[in-house]
Design a protein around this ligand. Sequence first.
Ligand code: ADP
Ligand code: MG
Length: 635
Amino acid sequence: MKQEELKFEAEVSRLLDIVAHSLYSEKEIFLRELVSNASDACDRLRYAALTQPDLLADDSGFSIRLKTDPAARTLTIVDNGIGMNRQDLIDNLGTIARSGTAAFVEQLESKAEGANLIGQFGVGFYSAYMVAQKVEVSTRKAGEAEGWRWASDGQGAFTIAEDPEAPARGTRIVLHLREGDEEYLDAMRIRQVVSTYSDHIAVPVVLESRKEDEPDETLNAASALWTRPKSEITEEQYKEFYHHVGHTFDEPWLRLHFKAEGMLEYTGLLFIPSSKPFDLFHPDRKTGIKLYVKRVFITDDCSELVPSYLRFLRGIVDTEDLPLNISRELLQNNPRLAKIRTALSKRVLSELKKKAEKAPEDYVKFWEAFGPVLKEGLYEDSNQRDTLLSLARFRSTAKEQGAGDDLVSLADYVARMKPGQEAIYTITGDNPEVLAKSPQLEGFAAKGIEVLLLSDPVDDFWLTSVPDYEGKPFKSVTRGAADLEKVAKAESDKDSEGEETAKEASPALDALIAFVKLTLKDQVKDVRVSARLTSSPVCLVADEGDLDMHLERLLKQQRQLDQSSARILEINPDHGLITALAGQIGQEGAGGVVEDAAWLLLDQARIIEGEALPDPAAFSRRLSALVEKGLMSGS
Ligand code: ADP
Ligand code: MG
């Protein structure tokens, strides 16, 4: 019979290499993976049979059967699920289809703790090679005539050939155990592994007896975990269920198991992971929640089930309210599903709120992993906006000022607002450490006014659509007037010896401003005296109605915007450089120097802002000229 040899995709080879060479401490999980796949295969056939009952033929009782053969040193796992055809074998067992996996494998290779990471990631089918030197897969897809045999020693290539001996339907996997792994031929050991990891599997897992007079033994409870009474489910069982449905291997951070009754009837068993999945921001990532109707698996890719800002959730929803024969297309815009989604979102958010109140430190861990995703809800789901605002945590300048933790809530912020302060001040950028040094913050810091340091890309977007928090508007410190006078005034009214802050304009300063404006022309929208600077000479700010500067940069990077608006250049009248320049205005022969200085001030402000200089060569030339002049006059 014709047999083809095909090469594994590069990532698979690398992954197999890691699997074989990392002394993974829990080898036994290979069985969990294979049983999990067999159960998925049964789920998928059961779903397909809803519309094509013929697929079941005369075999409608699903099961997963385990057989051992000590003489041949083989462990065999057989299921009567959906099976695979030739192309499925190549696609599923020869390549890694999961989005983002290639990047993950790279990470595994670059780190010494590969074995550890594998534990969190799970290598699925390939984990068989932890115990097997050779794996043979014989399979026939439901409804198809030909059977196929896939075989590989896990060393770069696999073979495929037609296989008349394949099961009538489903998949048989034969593991040729490595020397030293004979324990997986032992009934006791198999029983123990299955009950540890696979008890929640809804299909019976049966160990075939090797003796004539002994019956086969069913090793698991074989009922869907979420249908069992909570009191009868152990923490371990919940965890293993989470690993199975979530295709993930960390500890769940939060679990919700509930039954909704009344208008809509559904059960939910949902988890929030403790670690961030590597594909959280991958665009073609599937949702992590499986939809069941009356215990029958329907789909694991129903984007209607939870809003995208809760896409870190894992688990299942099983409902009585949808028809069993619902097609995946009909799930779109289904009003019942929409109601379930709203109810689920509310439930999850209210659970998060409880956590935030009762266990704030633990909550921070969640927020660090998933806060940036949750914040998407601020503009996607206006119904939940208030709740989401109360759940949000931010870095702020309060920490440096000795008040507040690493992350603050808006309630904390509002409680610390100064008399006369009307807005919640924010600054957005790429990196909180860099943001904390922004010149625009100086005046706020001097007055002890807290500013939120927002460094997730999503921040710029929700800020444009969320008007306020409890009536307090959000205001960027890099846009419009700084309002610092108002706060200062309220402060000085309170203790009357407060300093007078309104900066007094001097004629020399006015002349400098006029000169700079004239020099920079349309490169700036305006030049004005700053209320927000205390130690830097200049900064850029956006005009009141203009786009936030950081948002504009983001949009330009994403090519959603191709022009920039001119900025306002603010100057610090108390800075030595500014007073010196003001002194030069009108002096004979000083025009050239002040002109260069005006351009340098603007370029400086652009650099601090993180903007590219339109003419770096001119910047360099002016800087050299001025420094040279300074050195010459000093010598
Ligand atoms: P995952 O289960 O996360 O998709 P695996 O590596 O465990 O990844 O399996 C890869 C794919 O191989 C599965 O998605 C499935 O399509 C296919 N597969 C594995 N085992 C079986 C099986 N027993 N029956 C049918 N298909 C299977
Ligand atoms: Mg799997």
